[in-house]
Design a protein around this ligand. Structure first.
Ligand code: ADE
Length: 243
């Protein structure tokens, strides 16, 4: 899969050169290319922002550099989605990341300043995506979050595909607790069942933990209709009520 990122800070993207994403790029599973928005500015001062029409605080990103950068990308390959990072966008979720991972070629446009000229949103971007209900100082971190979340769904990027399937949110449930050696640490013991070797009891315990955590921390994720009879029994046994 190819991902082109258009940004005024290409140097901010070193995290995409390390760990799993770095390895995925080395192995040719992921082709990430960075474009400096200033290279596409219409004037010799390489200015990419200007004062807002109608007045008000801050600067607005000009439309021409974004259109020119995407024209340059199109000369190499036609993108299947052009995504603008913005707090006004729809929220990035597990489901959206999985959907984007099926696309052959994404472009990510990183916003900055007070905002971006609306003609970029209406006439260039196919999607506007937010990574959460808070405002960042720029779209670079949002773009890296999107690349990371999407890349996990690209076959081969995560070593064990079963771990992607079993992760938090894969079934609308949070993850269960994990433990490794030692069996007791600073007075905190590993739950007995995990040491029992009883695979069926471990599976049931993990499922109950996932249901409990989701109910306690993110009840908005739990949909009664999506729960199996076993799930409901596990919740009853743990004496937990769905709202
Ligand atoms: N740019 C600034 N805040 C953002 C957010 N929450 N999501 C995506 N892009 C942003």
């Amino acid at each position: 899969m190819r991902i082109d990122i258009v940004t005024i800070f290409p140097e901010a993207f070193t995290p995409l050169s390390i760990s799993m994403i770095g390895r995925a790029r080395e192995r040719g599973l992921l082709d990430v290319r960075l474009w400096n928005l200033r290279d596409f500015a219409p004037d010799r001062h390489r200015q990419v922002d200007d004062a807002p029409y109608g007045g008000g605080a801050g600067m607005v990103m000009k439309p021409e550099p974004f259109f020119a950068a995407v024209d340059a990308i199109r000369r190499e390959s036609e993108p299947s989605r052009i995504i603008l990072t913005s707090p006004q966008g729809r929220l990035l979720t597990h489901a959206l990341a999985e959907q984007l991972a099926a696309e052959p070629h994404l472009v990510l446009l990183c916003g900055h300043y007070e905002g971006i000229d609306e003609r970029v949103c209406r006439g260039l971007a196919t999607d506007e995506i937010s990574i959460g209900d808070y405002v960042l100082t720029g779209g670079e971190l949002a773009a890296m979050v999107i690349v990371d979340a999407v890349a996990r769904f690209v076959p081969g990027v995560v070593g064990d595909p079963a771990s992607v399937r079993a992760d938090s949110f894969a079934e609308g449930l949070l993850d269960h607790p994990h433990y490794t050696r030692p069996p007791e640490f600073r007075g905190m013991k590993v739950p007995e069942v995990l040491l029992s070797g009883d695979h069926e009891a471990i599976r049931r315990w993990r499922r109950a933990q996932r249901l409990r955590r989701t109910l306690e921390r993110r009840p908005d994720l739990l949909k009664r209709e999506a729960l199996s009879p076993e799930d409901r029994r596990l919740l009853d046994e743990a004496d937990l009520d769905l709202a």
